[in-house]
Design a protein around this ligand. Structure first.
Ligand code: DP6
Length: 337
């Protein structure tokens, strides 16, 4: 190796970092923004992180790039996906006074189309890895805000365990924090996959439609009540109350979706079959409830000790193609490069 190149390598700092994070499932849903660009929500929300489902993202700022580069599950991405990532990188560059582009390499260990929001884990890992690579020292709230700018629900994948995203008064105060660590309550999410097809209208396109439903005003006005009940139920490990408020919240969000213009109907016959079965099992004494995001697949929440039993029951239902399981996950974290 020529001596000059050796000196160059020794003096040049390598601005790179790798982070992992988990997707989350919301019990009190985020649906609708008061500021779409900043992703400032109209109501606060609650979730738990999903252990075992992981996104790993490496960010390398490189002098030799003429634009940002995104490699997603081993395939180079462009268009809207890359633009959304670049927006977060721009914010990081601005804060750090950096003027070079970055390569972002990201991988999920869970299938896309399984009804698990990959954008939450993706933007949480990106916010952490990019800010660290740029040598910024952001606290948890600032990281949550940065992740939120990429995807609202990503704000909730920064802290660990059971997480509340407060609605806030402005950009800086709308962030998520943990109300209890993952060990607080041994719960599990059994995701009943009824369709792996690409959803017609994703969350980003759905949020602006929320306001077109006459039910959204009532949903938002009642959100503080549901949040209070949910917080208390989680802290007290009161499964019955938790089940009832989470199902109510999911149903209210879907009522808004179904009455938006254009209407968003995510449920399929098999979705309803799972919902009905879950209600029946609960009536028989099994601790279970359902919650559904912007798609037809059903997240069935139970105690971890009942996970295998619930999974076996779900697998036996007509129309259920697969069941993925996860327990409660920790915070987004950095990996040693
Ligand atoms: C139904 O966070 O995916 O899953 O900010 O546009 O990325 P963007 O939306 P996103 O919306 C999540 C909607 C939801 C409910 C929830 O997770 O709270």
């Amino acid at each position: 190796m020529p001596i000059n190149s050796y000196i160059y390598r020794k003096s040049m700092k390598i601005l790179k970092s790798t982070a992992i994070s988990h997707p989350n499932i919301a019990f009190i849903k985020y649906w609708g923004n008061r500021d779409h660009d900043l992703r400032l929500p109209v109501n606060g929300s609650f979730s738990m992180n999903l252990e075992g489902l992981t996104t790993k993202t490496q960010v390398i700022f490189r002098e030799d790039l003429s634009k940002d580069k995104l490699v997603l599950n081993e395939e180079e991405a462009s268009g809207a996906g890359l633009a959304r990532v670049s927006q977060i990188l721009d914010e990081v560059r601005e804060m750090a006074g950096l003027k070079i582009y970055a390569e972002v390499i990201s991988e999920n260990n869970f299938p896309t189309g399984a009804g698990i929001a990959s954008s939450a884990a993706a933007f949480a890992a990106l916010a952490l890895a990019a800010s660290k690579a740029a040598e910024l020292e952001l606290d948890e709230a600032a990281l949550s805000v940065l992740a939120r700018h990429g995807s609202g629900s990503a704000s909730r994948s920064i802290p660990g365990g059971f997480v509340e995203w407060q609605v806030g008064d402005d950009d800086k105060s709308s962030y998520a924090f943990s109300i209890a660590p993952a060990e607080h309550w041994e719960l599990a999410d059994c995701v009943a996959v009824v369709s792996t097809g690409h959803k017609e209208t994703g969350s980003t396109q759905g949020h602006p439609l929320a306001v077109t439903s006459p039910l959204q005003t009532a949903r938002v006005a009642d959100a503080p009540r549901r949040i209070e009940i949910c917080r208390k139920a989680i802290l007290e490990r009161d499964f019955e109350t938790f089940a009832s408020v989470a199902e109510e919240d999911s149903d209210i969000m879907h009522a808004v979706m179904m009455t938006s213009k254009p209407a968003l109907f995510y449920w399929q016959p098999a979705t309803l079959r799972v919902m009905q079965a879950v209600r029946d099992w609960r009536a028989e004494g099994l601790p279970v409830f359902y919650t559904i995001d912007a798609g037809p697949n059903v997240h069935v929440i139970t105690l971890k000790e009942k996970m295998d039993e619930v999974k076996a029951k779900l697998v036996g239902l007509e129309g259920v193609k697969d069941v993925l399981t996860a327990s409660v996950g920790g915070a987004a974290k950095l990996l040693e490069d």
